[in-house]
Design a binder for this molecule. Sequence first.
Ligand code: FE2
Ligand code: FE2
Length: 295
Amino acid sequence: VGILRAEVSDTSLRTEYEKLTRRLLERAVDSPARRPDEVLDSAIHPEALRLCRRNWQRRMIQEHQSAQVFSSMLPDLIEAEATIDVKVCVLRSAMDELHHAALCADVVSYLGGVPEVETNLQLPPIAPHPGVPALERSLRNLFFVGCLSETVAVSLLTEERELVKDPYVARVLKQLAGDETLHARIGWVYLREVWPTLDEAARERTIEYLYVALAYYEKCMVDATPFASIPPIILAEARSIGFADCRESRALFYETMESVIIPQLEEIGLPARKAWDARASATSTNKVGDVTLTG
Ligand SMILES: [Fe+2]
Ligand SMILES: [Fe+2]
């Protein structure tokens, strides 16, 4: 256990980091950085503030987890002879996630909190898929992260963006949503490219994995969204400064599976409908990947 922060040092690397962030990682014309004149609405209920601080602190951990997941994919992609654009976009995603962690830390400060969180700094590694060829390993992990986790993250962020009122937090959410959209797309593009090249045996193994992955992902999402009853007035205030309600998140997760992910997988040629419907009977509890609620 240690303290997770997202500070910038006072060395010359700070300049490099700031240049990189401004020129490469920020997407919109509107920088997500907080402006000097931006202050939080002082009328926000303390309980709403407390919930939001915890929410944004938790995100600092999830974003680091996502950064670790993307950066861990490089060796498999190299071994799998992936094209250079895939490798660069995956590493860009890792940088995006670290940038997100910094943005989340800034929001914690804005909300009057301390931008750090105590957690186990040994984050879980990505699934190794022993005995599976590199191409399939990279496909499985990029599928799990891009087509499942990041695709759901985009839905959750879209919902949050509709409810947020604070202009600074709105810009941060816009940056996160834009980035997670790319992260999801990497998974979908890779799946569309790689799936048709797999031989019969590789497809069978991948389909077997699909059954386990969907069941495992559902379990992760259910675990990550424990229901807590929050008074409606507090919830509305929390949402005005960026808050994901678990009940809503879980409903959105199912909706995204049904209306986006399953149909898209089917269209590519994977028997996702059958796999999703059979998830209750999926027996393997092997860890198949890592989940991040907000990508
Ligand atoms: Fe992401
Ligand atoms: Fe992220």
